[in-house]
Design a protein around this ligand. Structure first.
Ligand code: NAP
Length: 316
C-alpha cells in the first residue's frame, strides 16, 4: 500500500476535531487534521467561555481553541488550515481533496460542526461578540439585568429565551409569524414566564449600536411588521439569534448517510454507515451542541478509529 496513505484524516478544526487530534496523535496515528480556513469552529464567534471545565475564571473562546490546537500539534498532529472540497468514501483508502491537495486515508473522522443560521444583516455580522450572539448558554451571563431579544420561533428560541431570563430583566421573543415550530411544552413555558414578551409578525431589519472608543455595543433593533409593513424601534442590549443551525455536511452528500436535516447519522458509538469513517461533534449532534460534548465525542471518535485501525491490522 502507498506510503502516502494516512492512518486518519480529521476534517474540522473545532473542539471535536482538535480533541480527536490530541487522542489520535497520542495513539501515534500521526493524524492529518484539516482544520479549514476559519479554523476554531463556533467558539471563535464567542467571547468568554465560562462553562468549559478546567477554567474556573473562564477563558476566551479563541484562546481555548488555540490551546486545543497547540495541544494536538504538540503530540504530533499535522494541522493544515485548508477547507475540504470533496471526499470519496466509495473505495478504500478514502480520498480527501482540498483546493490545493489530494490526500488518501485509511480512516476519516468527520468533525465539521454546524453553523448557526444567521439573519444575514451587515450589522448582525459586525456586532457578533459585541451584543449579538447565537448562543445563550455561552453569552447569557453577560446580560445581567439587561434587556435582550431572541429571534426565532422554534424550540431553540424558546429554550434560549427561558434560559436568558436567569440573567436579563426582560426578554423579547421576536418571531416572523404567529405560528410556532416550537413544541407546546417549550412554548407554554416561555409564555408563562413573566420576563418574556412575544413580538409576533416581526422581522429584524437592522441592529443599532453605539461606539465607546473602540468598543461597540448593541443599543436596539429596527423591526418590520410582516403584516402591516410598519417599522418600529426597540431599545435593548443584546440580540440572540436562534433561527436554527445548519450542519456542515454539504461535501458529504451522496457519500455518507445523513438525516433529513443533513446531520451525519451515526450507527453505534461514532461509527457511520461507511466502515472506517467516524463522525463527532455538532455535525451529528442535534441536542447538546456544547464545546465540551463536542470535545468528548472527538475523543470517542479517535478511540473508535484507533481500535478499528488495529482490528484491520493497519496500525498496531
Ligand atoms: P427550527 O425548529 O428550525 O426553528 C427555527 C425558527 O427560526 C423557526 O421558527 C423559523 O421561522 C425561524 N427562522 C428561520 N429562518 C429565519 C429567518 N431568516 N428570519 C426569521 N426567522 C427565521 O430550529 P431550532 O429551534 O434550532 O430547533 C432545531 C431542532 O432542535 C428541532 O428539532 C428542535 O425540536 C430541536 N431542539 C430541541 C430542544 C429541546 O427539546 N430541548 C431545544 C432546542 C432545539 P418559521 O417557523 O416561520 O419557519
Amino acid at each position: 500500500m502507498s506510503e502516502n496513505v494516512r492512518n486518519v484524516i480529521i476534517i474540522g478544526g473545532g473542539p471535536s476535531g482538535y480533541t480527536a487530534g490530541i487522542y489520535a496523535a497520542r495513539a501515534e496515528l500521526k493524524p492529518l487534521l484539516l482544520a479549514g480556513y476559519q479554523a476554531g469552529g463556533q467558539l471563535m464567534l464567542t467571547t468568554e467561555v465560562e462553562n468549559f471545565p478546567g477554567f474556573k475564571d473562564g477563558i476566551q473562546g479563541q484562546d481555548l481553541m488555540e490551546e486545543m490546537r497547540a495541544q494536538a500539534a504538540k503530540f504530533g498532529a499535522e494541522i493544515i488550515n485548508e477547507d475540504v472540497t470533496e471526499v470519496d468514501f466509495t473505495q478504500r483508502p478514502f480520498t480527501v481533496k482540498t483546493y490545493s491537495a489530494e490526500y488518501k486515508a485509511h480512516s476519516v473522522i468527520i468533525s465539521t460542526g454546524a453553523s448557526a443560521r444567521w439573519l444575514g444583516l451587515e450589522s448582525e455580522k459586525r456586532l457578533t461578540g459585541s451584543g449579538v450572539s447565537s448562543c445563550a448558554t455561552c453569552d447569557g451571563a453577560f446580560f445581567k439585568d439587561k434587556v435582550v431579544c431572541v429571534v426565532g420561533g422554534g424550540d431553540s428560541a424558546m429554550e434560549e429565551a427561558s434560559f436568558l431570563t436567569r440573567y436579563a430583566k426582560k426578554v423579547y421573543i421576536i418571531h416572523r409569524r404567529e405560528g410556532f415550530r416550537a413544541s407546546k411544552i417549550m412554548l407554554d413555558r416561555a409564555k408563562e414566564n413573566p420576563k418574556i414578551e412575544f413580538l409576533l409578525n416581526r422581522v429584524v431589519e437592522d441592529i443599532y449600536s453605539k461606539k465607546d472608543g473602540f468598543l461597540e455595543s448593541v443599543t436596539g433593533v429596527k423591526l418590520k411588521n410582516t403584516v402591516t409593513g410598519e417599522f418600529e424601534d426597540l431599545d435593548l442590549d443584546g440580540v440572540f439569534i436562534a433561527i436554527g443551525h445548519i450542519p456542515n455536511t454539504g461535501i458529504f452528500k451522496n457519500q455518507i448517510e445523513l438525516d433529513e436535516k443533513g446531520y451525519v447519522l451515526t450507527q453505534k458509538y461514532t461509527y457511520t454507515n461507511i466502515e472506517g469513517v467516524f463522525a463527532a461533534g455538532d455535525v451529528v449532534d442535534t441536542r447538546y451542541r456544547q464545546a465540551i460534548t463536542a470535545a468528548g465525542m472527538g475523543c470517542q471518535a479517535a478511540i473508535d478509529a484507533t481500535r478499528w485501525l488495529e482490528d484491520q491490522g493497519i496500525h498496531t
